[in-house]
Write a protein that binds this ligand. Structure first.
Ligand SMILES: *[C@@H]1O[C@H](CO)[C@@H](O)[C@H](O)[C@H]1NC(C)=O
Ligand SMILES: *[C@@H]1O[C@H](CO)[C@@H](O)[C@H](O)[C@H]1NC(C)=O
Ligand SMILES: *[C@@H]1O[C@H](CO)[C@@H](O)[C@H](O)[C@H]1NC(C)=O
Ligand SMILES: *[C@@H]1O[C@H](CO)[C@@H](O)[C@H](O)[C@H]1NC(C)=O
Ligand SMILES: *[C@@H]1O[C@H](CO)[C@@H](O)[C@H](O)[C@H]1NC(C)=O
Ligand SMILES: *[C@@H]1O[C@H](CO)[C@@H](O)[C@H](O)[C@H]1NC(C)=O
Length: 767
């Protein structure tokens, strides 16, 4: 007997089901008509959201779902023989990713159950061209209480992993992963194997190719994984610098690697599949360092992380490196913990001395021993000779009409990697390189590795160096290496590149949520980094970016998850936000590297402030937020349509039967209020849950923003038990004229104080 055609079986069973339910909706009693094949050859990957035939959710198994998805494709393969289907999803969204021409995609619209299709985007990775250990001593108490994260599984969705690296060896003799773990280890033969540290390694790259393994061919994934959960590696250094023990934030947590990114970025179709698999595998924390600003319904990270909430998984994402331009911030949904990048007090110092005696401190990770210092060499400013874009940025080929032999060359940052610029100068005969910041890079310095003696200096210093090189007929300079210094001031400061709010998409939730170390972070690297830092399988490398900041917080979140297994994702997030600090080591407000004048950083740069792991362990009170709350928030967002709502939530019930909530009403640990045109006052509700001492009394302290009166009601909260909730309202009234424009903000602070507990929320008032 012939086996029945599965598609017919599926459609027949749906037909019966529909007869039984007699439900209206997509008319699934008709077989999907086959699409005409459109004769164009340029296909792209579309993400296609569909609905299951009405009445079927929960009844279709994943095989049946796949058949339903395939029924939308004109055929299975393209001319080239490539399969059309890239990935099918059965949890993060109802839909699939497939190669289609624009015309074919347009034709989908007429098909039953179709919701929306859009060409996928490639999300950029969040490293700048370019490390530190977040005051590990700060972690000591938390490390002890959390057994360094033992038993917690952290999923890193990134460019893969170098499994043989000592950062992923089972140095701490970990127990096997918990029984709920269902992931796989797909490492190719000969590339190393999984162990109780690295418990899973899978990839979601399509089509098959040489890069089609979980092995990291870009470096980013290995570096990020090392920061979050790397095992301790003793006596690490980068060509003699920053010597010490390298360790991830949660060195005993299990690592599950999901390769969804290529060097050029992370296609949404891969990310969605990776997040889906991580959720199904039973991970506890999801770490993502890629993304671009996008509407929620078009972002794989945002949709995926919403589904992760349903399994109690917190997703931590980097904010992106588009700073200091306002409002270019990614991963800005309220259920994500969005992380910006801060500098640390560790610098790999190089000193530049000009012929006129002026001295500047800068950085490089490639510091030859003192014999590598260069003294009183001629200084060349290629821009002064013949101003071209190529010369300003020391691009390859631009040195031909210059004589740079034996000289130190000034090159501007951007366009190409500093290491490459140093090679260009070296190939032209140059003896040294000075990388100068552009105005927007301000005071943020990275320890670049250079092929010749070199230094990276700030924008302010660049002005003086250029002035000297232009006014002096025979300008000269010397470069001296000073090695690693600690406690450099000011620190922390906000990196110029760290993406800034306000979000133009999330309706007025303050983003980023927190900042964490993201400048010159030392972590595992899968290649010989070209800076003399040894062979690839024990190499470490400095990198900067919000990409490096997020995994610090992911590791700390893993520690908190271990200490408080019953906390929701929103509670973990709240603990990290309300205990964050806003002052640097000299007790000044954290400053903004992009200001070029050490101006205080605003809340759109630092959110609630810099993470403080040990305080986050015991926050006293938390702001919890339920999935229902997030849904009400979504329903209250401007422009939310039933179609967008289902794409984000996979919940077919529309907003009509849900409470609508303004963004400021969401029970969020920070308060951002928009006064609206002509508005004078607004009252926002909040609810806190006691996770500190059973019997405790909290009193409110408010720092009012200029021109704003803040009235909190009640002013005292009295708790009798753990888990008890108390509500309060915050009435915000303008006493003067409102801030001008969305980007100008008035900032204050609300703090609930009880003994050692200080539960702080920034208050931000915008127009
Ligand atoms: C599409 O096909 C045409 C004609 O066969 C060819 O000239 C063109 O280069 C192809 N385009 C792509 C993107 O493959
Ligand atoms: C599927 O459709 C494409 C686009 O027209 C065509 O080039 C290809 O040959 C078809 N494949 C099969 C197996 O029919
Ligand atoms: C400036 O550079 C351009 C392009 O490299 C070259 O053609 C031109 O001769 C240069 N001018 C001078 C004055 O060196
Ligand atoms: C380049 O400059 C160096 C030092 O000023 C000089 O010795 C050399 O002759 C110059 N080379 C050319 C080709 O002009
Ligand atoms: C510059 O270009 C030349 C010629 O194409 C090439 O040989 C050299 O490797 C390039 N240098 C760098 C640093 O890319
Ligand atoms: C708040 O504004 C409303 C009208 O917008 C006004 O009726 C009310 O008196 C104001 N409350 C305070 C405390 O200013």
């Amino acid at each position: 007997m012939e086996s029945p055609n599965p598609r017919l079986v599926l459609l027949t069973s749906l037909f019966l089901l529909l007869l039984l339910l007699a439900a209206p909706g997509p008319n699934s009693t008709q077989a999907q008509q086959l699409l005409p094949i459109v004769k164009t050859n340029s296909t792209q990957i579309f993400i296609v959201h569909v609905q299951c035939p009405r009445g079927s959710p929960g009844l279709l198994n994943s095989e049946e779902l796949n058949e339903w998805y395939f029924s939308y494709l004109p055929n299975i393969t393209l001319d080239s023989g490539e399969p059309r289907m890239i990935h099918t999803y059965d949890y993060v969204i109802t839909g699939f990713a497939a190669r289609l021409t624009a015309d074919e995609a347009a034709l989908l619209e007429s098909m039953d159950g179709f919701v929306f299709a859009y060409p996928e985007k490639i999300q950029p990775l969040h490293t700048t061209y370019t490390p530190e250990l977040l005051g590990l001593d700060q972690l000591n108490g938390l490390w002890e209480h959390s057994s360094k994260g033992e038993g917690v599984i952290v999923a890193v969705l990134d460019t893969g992993i170098l499994p043989n690296h000592p950062s992923f060896a089972d140095t701490l003799k970990l127990p096997p992963p918990p029984l709920k773990w269902r992931g796989r280890c797909d490492l190719p033969a000969g590339s190393g194997s999984c162990n109780n540290k690295l418990v899973g390694a899978q990839h979601f790259i399509v089509p098959a190719g040489p890069s089609n393994t979980p092995i990291d061919d870009a470096g980013h994934g290995t570096h990020v994984a090392g920061i979050a959960v790397g095992s301790p590696v003793y006596n690490v250094d980068v060509s003699g610098l920053a010597r010490g023990t390298a360790s991830g934030m949660a060195p005993s947590a299990h690592l599950a690697v999901y390769k969804v990114c290529l060097k050029r970025g992370c296609p949404d179709s891969f990310s969605l599949k990776g997040i889906e698999k991580a959720i199904q595998d039973g991970v506890d924390i999801i770490q993502i360092s890629n993304g671009a600003p996008d509407e929620f319904h078009l972002s794989g990270n945002i949709k995926g992380s919403f589904r992760a909430l349903h399994k109690g998984i917190l997703t931590i994402c980097s904010a992106q490196n588009q700073g200091p331009i306002p409002s270019l911030i990614s991963n800005d949904a309220p259920w994500i913990l969005t992380v910006g990048a801060a500098s640390t007090g560790r610098r790999n110092t190089v000193v530049l001395k000009l012929g006129n005696g002026m001295v500047f401190n800068g950085e490089s990770s490639n510091q030859p021993d003192p014999s590598g210092n260069i003294v009183d060499l001629p200084l060349v400013n290629p821009i002064g000779v013949n101003r071209t874009h190529e010369k300003m940025f020391c691009l390859n080929g631009s040195m031909t009409d210059l004589n740079v032999t034996g000289k130190i060359v000034i090159c501007r940052k951007e366009f190409t990697e500093p290491h490459e610029k140093s090679k260009v100068v070296k190939e032209a005969g140059g003896a040294g390189i000075i990388i100068v910041n552009q105005k927007w890079s301000g005071d943020t310095l990275s320890s670049y590795s250079f092929a010749i003696p070199g230094i990276h200096v700030t924008y302010k210093d660049m002005r003086k160096i250029l002035d000297y090189s232009i006014t002096e007929t025979n300008p000269t300079a010397s470069i001296t290496f000073k090695g690693t210094e600690f406690g450099v001031r000011p620190s922390p400061s906000i990196a110029a590149f760290s993406s800034r709010g306000p979000s133009s998409i999330n309706g007025g939730i303050l983003k980023p949520d927190v900042i964490a170390p993201g400048v010159n972070i030392l972590s595992a690297w899968p290649f010989d980094a070209g800076d003399g830092s040894a062979k690839s399988d024990d190499a470490f490398h400095f990198e900067s970016g919000t990409s490096m900041a997020a995994p610090h917080v992911s590791g700390i979140a893993a520690l908190l998850k271990k200490v408080h297994p019953d906390w929701t994702p929103a509670m973990i997030k709240s603990a990290l936000m309300t205990t964050a600090y806003t002052e640097d080591r000299d007790k000044n407000r954290i400053t903004d590297d992009a200001s070029n004048s050490r101006a205080p950083a605003n809340a759109f740069a630092i959110g609630a402030g810099h993470v403080n792991p040990s305080a986050a362990e015991d926050p006293g009170l938390v702001y919890d937020t339920s999935i229902e709350d997030y849904m009400s928030y979504l329903c209250g967002l401007n422009g939310m349509s039933p179609r967008k709502f289902i794409m984000i939530t996979s919940d077919p019930s529309a907003c009509s039967n849900k409470k609508k909530m303004a963004a400021e009403e969401l029970n969020y640990p920070s308060i951002q209020v928009s006064m609206g045109w002509g508005g004078k006052n607004k009252t926002v509700p909040r609810t806190v849950t006691n996770v500190g001492k059973a019997n405790s009394i909290y009193m409110v302290t408010v720092v009012e923003p200029n021109g704003v009166k803040v009235d909190v009601n009640p002013k005292t909260l009295e708790f009798d038990s753990i888990g008890e909730e108390k509500k309060f309202t915050v009435e915000i009234s303008l006493t003067g004229s409102p801030p001008a424009g969305q980007r100008e903000a008035w900032e204050g602070r609300l703090v609930w104080v009880s003994g050692k507990y200080q539960v702080a929320s920034p208050i931000v008032v915008v127009e």
